[in-house]
Structure formats: structure tokens, C-alpha cells
Ligand binder design. Structure first.
Ligand SMILES: [Zn+2]
Length: 273
């Protein structure tokens, strides 16, 4: 699943492609992703161009020159492919295709169809999908005081708390394992028992892990590709994730793997308390 770093990498990639280019034609090849794609989008964005793309958690908001905003979410398997028009061949799961004025084509490809392409109301917080989501982990909303207060009432494990998208939106399995390592907290710890000092360590750990992944172009797990078809290399630098039995990079203790709520967690039993 594209996680927040992949979405941010995609946003940055699209910002290099879309602004300044007129959308000559927009084709919808699938009626419904997570929700129906409003059929009038094709006519409404023809001749417009994208002026900016912002992000809130894993949602992208495309601002159009005609004053409307498009909400785009990559779902479980969505990605964009950009190519010269002469090289473009539509494939089975290309659901939304934009033909641009520089003779290139941008195709939204999503085999599992959990993505979202919809109008966002002007003033994006109004969109129903954006009303219920947790804080963006890269925004100032995620700070030590806020995190400590929000963990205090939770009897779940730290792993479950950090994966709760209604608290922090956009943290996936990989980044939770890595951030907990940097903060020295085991994924099995009860959230309510995390100290203020630990919460204060966890905030920069989360931001560090996400920013490192963005810098290397996303994690590239599960065949993730950014819009230019480049593969990210973040996984070569995982500290604990997917390293069961291998030595901790800090203390050489073998990394442990456990299953929590059906998903793997990785930690160092020496470095994390
Ligand atoms: Zn260690």
C-alpha cells in the first residue's frame, strides 16, 4: 500500500509534470474506484491546468486553474505513470488518463481500485473524506504534548495506537517499526504507560523516518514505483523492519520479529524498552 512517503514522493513528482501544461483530454475508463469517479470531471477539467498540489496525510488536493479542487488518494495500489504520447499504451488497470499539451500522457493505474478521484469542495477541510482523518505526521499538529495526551487514554499497544489512522494518518507498518526503534520504545508497550519523555523522543523519530523515506523516493516495497518509474531505495537502510535474526545496527543483538494484530513487528530487545 502506498504510505505517506510514497504519496509525498508522488506529489513532488506530479508537481514536476503537471503545472503549466494544459489538459487536452481526460478519459475515465472505470466508473468506480472506492467511490464513483464523477463522470463530469472529464469535461470540467478539459482545457484547465493544475496550478498546485497540496497534501493532507495521504490525500492529494489538485488545485485547477478553473478554480476547482480535485481530491486524489492512491488507495491500496494506485500509482501514476507518465510517458511520451508516442510511447503510451493503455493497460488494463489505467482508470483515468490525462493527455497533456506537451505531448505526454499521465495515467492513473490501480489494480485493486481502492483509490479515489473526486471533487474536493473549495476549502478542502470540507470534504467528507478529510473530516475524520487524524493529524498529518509531518505537520506541527504532531508534537510531544499532543502525542502524550493522545496516548494517555489508550490501553492498546504502541503498535496499534500508532497505526490508528484516526489519531495519526499515514503511518504504516514499516514506519511504525522504524520510528519505535529510534525512540527506544517496544511495539508491545501499552500506549497509556508511555512517559512524556518517551513521547518527546517519538515525535522526531517519526518525522525522521518519514523524511528519510521521502528523500530516497519512498520505500519501494510491493512494487511501488514513483511517477518516473524509479524505484526507491529506503529498504536498504531499514534498522529493524524485515531484519528478523539480523544483528541490530546499534548493539548487534538479533532483531526480533513478532506478530501483532496479524501483522509483523520488528524490534531490538536491548535498545527498545
Ligand atoms: Zn539494539
Amino acid at each position: 500500500m502506498p504510505e505517506l512517503p510514497e504519496v509525498e514522493t508522488t506529489r513532488r513528482g506530479l508537481l514536476k509534470i503537471l503545472p503549466g501544461k494544459k489538459i487536452l483530454r481526460a478519459e475515465i475508463h472505470t466508473e468506480k474506484l472506492r467511490l464513483p469517479i464523477p463522470p463530469e470531471i472529464s469535461a470540467a477539467i478539459k482545457s484547465a491546468h493544475v496550478t498546485d498540489i497540496t497534501r493532507r496525510a495521504k490525500y492529494m488536493i489538485w488545485r485547477l486553474s478553473n478554480g476547482r479542487d480535485l481530491l486524489v488518494h492512491l488507495g491500496m495500489s494506485g500509482r501514476f505513470r507518465h510517458s511520451a504520447k508516442k510511447d503510451f499504451e493503455k493497460t488494463k488497470h489505467d482508470h483515468f488518463i490525462l493527455y497533456l499539451s506537451d505531448n505526454t500522457v499521465l495515467a492513473y493505474h490501480d489494480p485493486r481500485r481502492f483509490g479515489l478521484i473526486d471533487w474536493a469542495k473549495q476549502g478542502t477541510a470540507d470534504h467528507s473524506w478529510l473530516g475524520n482523518i487524524g493529524v498529518d505526521p509531518l505537520s506541527r499538529d504532531l508534537n510531544a504534548d499532543w502525542l502524550y495526551e493522545n496516548l494517555r487514554g489508550r490501553k492498546t499497544t504502541m503498535k496499534a495506537a500508532l497505526l490508528d489512522q484516526k489519531m495519526i494518518n499515514g503511518l504504516g507498518n514499516i514506519y511504525v517499526s522504524e520510528a519505535l526503534f529510534y525512540a527506544g520504545i517496544r511495539p508491545t508497550r501499552i500506549a497509556a504507560k508511555v512517559t512524556k519523555l518517551e513521547a518527546a523522543r517519538l515525535v522526531p523519530a517519526i518525522k525522521k523516518v518519514l523524511n528519510a523515506a521521502i528523500k530516497s523516493g519512498g520505500s519501494s516495497l510491493r512494487d511501488y514505483r514513483d511517477v518516473d518509474g524509479q524505484v526507491g531505495f529506503f529498504q536498504e537502510r531499514f534498522t529493524v523492519y524485515d531484519r528478523a535474526g539480523e544483528p541490530c545496527r546499534t548493539c548487534a543483538t538479533p532483531i526480533r520479529q513478532i506478530t501483532q494484530n496479524g501483522r509483523s513487528s520488528y524490534f531490538c530487545s536491548h535498545c527498545q524498552k
